[in-house]
Design a protein around this ligand. Structure first.
Ligand code: BGC
Length: 244
């Protein structure tokens, strides 16, 4: 299976495209729908079905989802509706579309794409990939192997508030921070993550990674930082790669 449909379900948007798994290239139009609010199982499954049918796809689907995912089942909710907790995401989407689904965490998917074909290719030791968007997603790799469901964004930070509510790209917008002000918060997050995990490398992905030039001077963590290659497409690509 060289060409597989990848779907990235996010807290803000749901994106889909056919992926060439050898090169990581998107080989169809990239479609996007806003994530329904509230993001309940039925409405999200309908949006996923609409994307599959608009692309006229039939075959196995790789999908990434913004919660802890164990054996295809959501174990947390974060930026999705609480009704998802305990739901078999793969079965819900398979029933809605009639296609087989493989589902993994969104940050894990983005990390897999970067480690195989992007900024992480060839990096040894412990690598943490981050997606800085609505939340802060994290993925942990040791010698290229994924250790799934790392949730660094949920570490308690300033005043006990989870870092993803203090240092995500959404927090920057909500609190109307300059890049310099936000960099202090994000650097605090990187320092804590480095203290807890001792990574050899960080790879930054997601919305804020494209603007690295605007805040790099505020980043003091010693761990080398790399910018993701696939940026906003990493989730789609890694999701497609998750299909076995
Ligand atoms: C979730 C993670 C997810 C991240 C990015 C967090 O709120 O807990 O599982 O990877 O958001 O979407």
């Amino acid at each position: 299976m060289a060409e597989v449909l990848g779907i990235d379900v996010g807290g803000t948007g749901i994106k889909a495209a056919l992926v060439d798994r050898g090169s990581g290239e998107l080989i169809s139009e990239r479609l996007r729908l806003a994530t329904p609010r509230p993001a309940k199982p039925g409405s999200v499954a309908s949006a996923v079905t609409e994307l599959v049918s608009r692309l006229g796809y039939s075959g196995p689907v790789g999908c990434c989802f913004p919660t802890i995912v164990v054996d295809g089942r959501a174990k947390s909710a974060s930026n999705m509706d609480r009704e998802w907790v305990g739901v078999a995401i793969d079965e819900a989407f398979s029933e809605a579309t009639g296609l087989p689904f493989t589902v993994i965490n969104d940050a894990d998917a983005a990390g897999v794409a970067e480690m195989r074909l992007g900024a992480g290719a060839g990096l040894a030791g412990t690598v943490i990939t981050l997606t800085i968007g609505t939340g802060i997603g994290s993925a942990l790799f040791y010698e290229g192997k994924l250790i799934p469901n790392l949730e660094l964004g949920h570490m308690a930070g300033h005043d006990g508030v989870p870092y993803e509510r203090w240092a995500s790209n959404r927090a920057r917008k909500i609190d109307d921070l300059s890049w310099e002000e936000w960099a202090v918060r994000f650097d605090g997050f990187l320092q804590r993550a480095a203290r807890v995990c001792t990574p050899d490398h960080f790879i930054l992905g997601g919305g804020a990674s494209k603007k690295y030039e605007k805040y790099r001077e505020g980043i003091t963590v010693e761990t080398p930082i790399h910018i993701a290659r696939f940026l906003n497409d990493a989730g789609i690509i890694g999701a497609a790669m998750a299909v076995t």
